[in-house]
Design a protein. Structure first.
Length: 131
């Protein structure tokens, strides 16, 4: 078994680059030009979660069309939503937004409260909401 020095060097360089990227402070992503506000993002996520659940109840429904409809009703372009979503994830603000979205879903459908509690007890995760 022969050790390839070039392979070892590539791995070492990769590790150093990875350490450098992780150790650098500051933002890893620029704030999008058309950043969707946090409260509106929570409302959109709540509507998307409801839309997602509707696809389970109505298997012939179109998830993509539902997603476009949700964004259109909130007057948000898909590219702006995606850029804002990435920004909030990278800046670690998405958990708070997802919790707000969960509260919005519970306000819209109080019956969902018991379902959410059961899911959290079961596996700590509610379908449609990443934790």
């Amino acid at each position: 078994m022969e050790i390839d020095n070039q392979q070892v060097m590539k791995k070492i360089i990769f590790v150093f680059i990875l350490i450098f990227m992780v150790s650098c402070g500051g933002n890893y992503i620029d704030k999008p030009e058309n950043l969707v506000p946090k409260d509106q993002m929570a409302e959109i996520l709540a509507d998307l979660a409801i839309n997602d659940q509707a696809t389970f109840m109505y298997p012939n429904s179109n998830l993509e069309a539902g997603t476009r409809y949700v964004l259109k009703t909130h007057k948000v372009k898909p590219a702006d939503f995606i850029a804002s979503f990435k920004y909030y994830v990278v800046t670690e603000k998405m958990n708070g937004i997802a919790e707000d979205a969960q509260e919005i879903v519970l306000e819209k459908d109080p019956k969902a409260d018991q379902y959410v509690k059961d899911q959290l007890k079961k596996d700590g995760n509610v379908p449609g909401f990443a934790r």
